[in-house]
Design a protein around this ligand. Structure first.
Ligand SMILES: [Zn+2]
Length: 296
């Protein structure tokens, strides 16, 4: 089995060489030492491809690399970024072709897969936990809500925007859609809903019995259960991993109770939820694993 390179390009660009479903050395991060949310935001598609390409070439260091996988936020199909809410300037950009060009000019001829960052994380979880033969789903709870699935499938899979409420007043989703999971669970959406409280204060107040916050925290869990139940009804039962900065607010007992209420058909029961910590490593390994699978 040859070596592959995995890349996570979100706030920073993180690159690692992967062999046998594991990193072979340290991760290369650009820009180093700063968590600058605007590192990619002000760049054009070509500039981002050039930056990633150069980092990949440095990491390859002349070695034979078969494939390169890049986890990137947004809807990506056939190597084209169809939508990227935080990087609007690259909507429609043929990312894979541009990156292939940069790598080729540097003497590296490898197949390139661009995939949604949450799908990369899901593959990383599957690879590092020995679940490569199973269906794995992840919920990433941050500013938005990411949904990842392994094995990666054709399609859009914007699970964070599943409709979980028919209430027209549920309009806080970053995409502008009404009734979406992210509009209830996303950090940005919670700040818009509770203009006078930070999300951590909302959860703390719920813990103290504040009625308004208790109601919301139940709805927050019910939304996660509803979206998971919809996924189970379409895709079958299985393991869901919950991660990201807001994962620690999740009460797994409450999720299990709501799932039990929402999923009643016997063959669909038995899904498990687990909270895990996320890292660059997971996404990098996962991007590489999916790139190798795609090129095989
Ligand atoms: Zn939405």
């Amino acid at each position: 089995m040859g070596q592959t390179i995995g890349v996570l390009a979100t706030r920073q660009v993180a690159v690692g060489v992967v062999e046998d479903n594991a990193l072979t050395g340290p991760i290369r991060v650009y820009p180093e030492g700063v968590e600058d949310p605007d590192a990619l935001r002000t760049m054009t598609g070509d500039e981002i491809a050039e930056l990633i390409g150069q980092q990949v070439l440095i990491s390859a260091n002349g070695r034979q690399i078969d494939s390169v996988g890049v986890g990137f936020p947004g809807v990506i199909r056939s190597g084209v970024v169809e939508e990227s809410p935080n990087l609007q300037q690259i909507k429609g950009f043929p990312f894979a072709a541009a990156l292939c060009g940069v790598l080729g000019r540097g003497g590296l001829h490898a197949s390139v897969l661009i995939l949604n960052d949450a799908d990369a994380i899901a593959a990383g979880v599957a690879a590092t936990r020995g679940h490569l033969e199973k269906l794995i789903r992840i919920w990433y709870l941050g500013d938005g809500v990411g949904f990842g699935r392994y094995p990666q499938m054709e399609g859009v899979w914007e699970g964070g925007h599943m409709v979980v409420s028919l209430d027209p007043k549920e309009h806080f989703c970053g995409c502008g859609g009404v009734g979406h999971l992210e509009g209830i669970m996303g950090h940005r959406a919670m700040r818009l809903r509770f203009l006078d409280m930070e999300p951590e204060e909302v959860f703390a107040a719920a813990h103290e019995g504040d009625a308004r916050c208790v109601t919301f925290v139940k709805r927050w869990h019910r939304a996660l259960a509803a979206a998971s139940a919809s996924s189970i009804h379409l895709d079958g039962p299985g393991k869901f991993f919950i991660m990201g900065p807001n994962a620690h607010y999740v009460d797994l007992g409450l999720v299990a109770q709501y799932i039990h209420e929402m999923v009643k058909m016997t063959p669909l029961q038995g899904s498990l939820f687990e909270i895990i910590s996320s890292s660059h490593d997971l996404a990098i390994v996962g991007a590489a694993v999916n790139a190798r699978r795609a090129s095989a």
